[in-house]
Write a protein of this length. Sequence first.
Length: 161
Amino acid sequence: MTEIGENLRQSMRQWVTGVTVVTSAYAGVIHGMTVNSFTSVSLEPAYVTVTLANSTRTYGLVMNSGIFAVTILNEQQAELSDRFAGKLSEDEDRFEGLETLTLVTGAPLLPGGLAYIDCRVVQVVPMELSTLFLGQVVSAWHSDQKNPLVYFNQTYHRLER
């Protein structure tokens, strides 16, 4: 990694983010990964972006299917975040033993999330090692009943209401 890249990595550890799991489905295969490079871009029209490493299985599914879904995790779902962050390898079934739900596209979502966002890919921006996907939101759902899982400087944190 370049010096600028490493400095950016260290700098971004100072940015507080929520934690999401981005999933997709294609030809009977489902997969997902923990992602914090997720953001809302526009409300009207409703667009979000996610950035996925090109070497991941999730990237391949999104590229082939043209769909992705985002589960925004609650503060009690750190174990799910870890599971989808690579505690289980790219080749293992990260969904084993988990229930899922779907909204419109068929991409799986994880029960208990604070919010769900279901998207169709409308633009793809390739980069050297990763790809940014612009997704048009086709369905969204949220709950105000729990606090979010928060990530800061390589550690999960809790917010107080």
